[in-house]
Write a protein that binds this ligand. Sequence first.
Ligand SMILES: [Cu+2]
Length: 172
Amino acid sequence: MFGTKSIVAAALIAAGTILAPTAQADDKAHDAMTKTKMAGDLHLSGYWTRAMLPGQKVGGGFLVIANKGAADDRLVAVATPHTDRAEIHEMAVVDDVMKMRRLDEGLKIPAGESVVLEPGGFHLMFMAVETPFKEGEMVPVTVTFERAGDVELMLPVMPAGSKKMDHGAHSN
Ligand SMILES: [Cu+2]
């Protein structure tokens, strides 16, 4: 005899089958975003990038850098195999206009503080990218610090237009 519960269960199983590939991609992205990478006194977390629209050649990279040490550090360079034009940028309102500029001196990571790179603020900038980043892919990036040295990260590619990390169905 089929009660309401078994019909609901059957529907969930069917939905689960259809959604399985997406759920796996989400898990991969989620794992990458909740993983903290340690480099000396620095803890790097919440790193991600987002998909580019066809023909779009620029993309941003975002992460949180926490300096647990007693000495300031400085993010001085970023590199990726996708382009030789990767830079450290700041977005700020200048005379009521949102402007973006390259930080030629890099980005200071003060001792005991966290610096957030996010849309609308500090960010990594990838320019002249020939093959647009696609949602679900991972983009390898090396960030270089004055003290902590090189740190390799894999940035999960979130949907185009994402304004923040998307944890999907996960609540943590
Ligand atoms: Cu920029």
